[in-house]
Design a protein around this ligand. Sequence first.
Ligand SMILES: Nc1nc2c(ncn2[C@@H]2O[C@H](COP(=O)(O)OP(=O)(O)OP(=O)(O)O)[C@@H](O)[C@H]2O)c(=O)[nH]1
Ligand SMILES: [Mg+2]
Length: 327
Amino acid sequence: MPANLTQQYYAAEEAYKKASTYEEKLAALEEMLATVPKHKGTEKIQAEIKKRLSRMRKESGQTQGSGSRQEDPFLIDAQGAGQVLLLGPPNSGKSSLVQTLTNAKTQVAEYPFATALPIPGMMKFEDVSIQLVDTPPYVPDGIPGNFISAIRNSHMLALVIDLTDPDCIDHLMAMLEFLREKRILREEVPPGVQALTLDKILVLGSKADIAQWEEMVEMIEELVPDCPTLVPVSAVTGCNLDRFRALAFERLQVIRVYTKRPGKPADMERPFILSANSTVSDLAHSIHKDLADSLRTAKVWGSAKFDGQAVNHDYVLADRDIVELND
Ligand SMILES: Nc1nc2c(ncn2[C@@H]2O[C@H](COP(=O)(O)OP(=O)(O)OP(=O)(O)O)[C@@H](O)[C@H]2O)c(=O)[nH]1
Ligand SMILES: [Mg+2]
């Protein structure tokens, strides 16, 4: 049977051949597996990719339970509504922003290279928390493999540039080029592949409290092709930090769902976070994997035509829906 491999598969195979690090090889193999057409004619190819993947994971110490994941300070498990990693050149203001927006104790300093390891913190937005990750500075050609993995694995990136730095446009363009070169930033992301599209990237123009930052914003918008959404911010005055919070939540594309028991008020304190377009069945599964099977009826307040409407298991939920599940 012919394999009928796609352009996307060939591109991933090419990336695999060119890869020079474990991290790049692993990412390319994962993409080969995700893009190989799934039918009888490709069974051998699929098995071969899986074999290589498992060998490569073993060699790079990424198998679950090996303990090395926990020991790598760059592998930070996402928490809350999603993980937004801050990436930017030395002294651009990453640690100041994470310190202002979260409870994390980051190292802020006048000198560059103050941050040596990533530090996570939780940023409040309405009734949810979004995880921010402060990172060591971005330097061209100086990013270790585990740092690249952390960038690839985050749900969103905030590229931090200092609006008072005359070279900030060059820094921004270099970071975008780096992300494209590493195939972390893509036009489209095939299912099962860890990569980001442009809407998952925000540019935080920092120090928007120092004279002439507006001119720099205009120049960036004029000179940077395909510039992701740019938000001028200040850790000193707090300018636009609320806008950043709201944009991060919107771009994470998640919904909040509150649950209730029959005859009881809903628990409005702790929403369940689901990806957009999740169904009643997905909600049940996220509460407990057995609940998805034992679920009988469900009622929805919010997006349903009327409050307390009985809905099917494949009903697509909306942000802030209240759901009653009966098993
Ligand atoms: N005026 C002003 N200064 C800021 C702002 N944010 C950061 N700074 C200053 O810029 C310098 C660098 O800030 P950091 O937050 O340490 O920068 P960083 O990007 O974490 O630096 P590295 O860890 O070296 O990569 C410090 O002196 C901060 O006080 C801001 O919004 N306004
Ligand atoms: Mg820092």
